[in-house]
Design a protein around this ligand. Structure first.
Ligand SMILES: *Cc1c(COP(=O)(O)O)cnc(C)c1O
Length: 363
């Protein structure tokens, strides 16, 4: 079990974000001398044996950690989850077919926009009516849709699916901000994708985990760069993959594995979320959560002050305590505490102490 190093800065950044300290150290070392080769990880060919081993290990770790069935493929590409929004209809929407989406926030909205550019796109449920503060439930999915697209964790608005909807059509999920934070039943998804930079590694790599049997057959002509089947067949080496980002993602996944895997991450993350949401609720009305309680995100806790006029005083307190990155997204305001896998619970305790101190003075 790796030790959780408490850093002087308590980093609540929403992404790119905190990674384990030992990963930073290993990643720094590999820039100077990659596995004793006398070469930097930055100067070796992506087709060299040592890097092929890194890629194979990173792909295997995604499958092992998530318990994916053998037939699933893992591809690492550039372009971020935002390119993923475009890849989804390109690879799954039949010509003349229909894509179904649930709109739970800004990222889902962008995915829908890309769907509309490609063809018929229906929004089967949305929480836009209350500024995306909840997860819609009990909606109907048309059985003739080519896929249903959801966003498992809404990084900006602070909501998260506790249970995924049952879908009569292939389920596709943008898991950018909670992949590897909890177990999921991979078999339920035709495609899981996400930018690495929220939980899996640094910015620059985007992971696609897909069932090849539920891919393609759209009747669409695709550029090879947009074709998941092509990237899968070429083992993510159709063109130069994001070598360093894949390497650091591999290190991060090794850290998760050593720490007990995604079930251990789930327990760690649940403890952190209970500590912080417990404080938000206990200290009401000085602090107020912004989302429906049952849909609260374990990864990104959003909250505001009962009296926004006190924000400068609160900001001074948390900054003094060595906290960084707590400001909320402009579309929600207030604060957002991102508590990804690598954030130690000690950092959450520091924030809770600051909140208690602030509430005593301003309650
Ligand atoms: C950050 C984020 C994105 C955007 O990722 P990029 O890598 O910047 O394209 C998409 N979806 C979710 C849920 C995110 O958190």
């Amino acid at each position: 079990m790796p030790t959780a190093t408490v850093k002087k800065v308590h980093n609540y950044s929403a992404g790119p974000c905190i990674l384990p300290q030992e990963v930073f150290e290993q990643a720094a070392q590999a820039v100077l001398d990659f596995e004793g080769s006398g070469l930097s990880i930055l100067e070796i060919s992506h087709r060299s044996k040592p890097f092929e081993a890194v890629m194979a290990r990173a792909q295997a770790l995604v499958k092992e950690l998530l318990g994916a069935p053998d037939r699933y493929q893992v591809v690492f590409l550039g372009g971020g989850a935002s390119l993923g929004f475009h890849m989804v209809p390109q690879n799954y929407l039949k010509v003349g077919g229909k894509g179904a989406y649930v709109n739970t926030g800004e990222w889902a909205t962008r995915a829908i926009k890309e769907g509309r550019l490609a063809g018929d796109t229906v929004v089967v449920a949305s929480s836009e009516d209350r500024n995306f503060s909840y997860i819609p439930k009990g909606f109907e999915v048309p059985a003739d849709a080519d896929y249903l697209h959801i966003t498992s964790n809404n990084t900006i608005f602070g909501t998260q699916y506790r249970r995924f909807p049952a879908s009569p059509v292939p389920l596709i999920c943008d898991m950018s901000s909670d992949i590897l934070s909890r177990p999921v039943r991979v078999d339920d998804f035709a495609l899981i994708y996400g930018g690495a930079q929220k939980n899996m590694g640094p910015a620059g790599a985007t992971v696609y985990l897909f069932d090849p049997e539920r891919l393609g057959h759209t009747g669409r002509k695709l550029s090879p760069m947009l074709d998941l089947k092509n990237h899968g067949a070429k083992e993510s080496m159709y063109n130069t993959p994001p070598v360093y980002a894949v390497y650091v993602s591999m290190l991060t996944m090794e850290w998760i594995r050593k720490a007990g895997g995604v079930s251990a991450m789930e327990a760690r993350n649940a403890a952190k979320a209970a500590l912080l949401y417990g404080a938000i609720d206990r200290l009401a009305p000085v602090f107020k959560g912004t989302t429906a309680v049952e849909d609260r995100s374990v990864m990104n806790a959003t909250f505001v002050l009962g009296d926004p006029a006190h924000e400068p005083a609160f900001d001074a307190l948390w900054k003094e305590a060595g906290i960084s990155g707590l400001r909320g997204h402009r579309s929600v305001g207030g604060y957002r505490a991102s508590m990804y896998n690598a954030l130690p619970i000690e950092s959450v305790q520091v924030l809770v102490d600051v909140m208690e101190h602030f509430a005593r003075k301003n309650g």
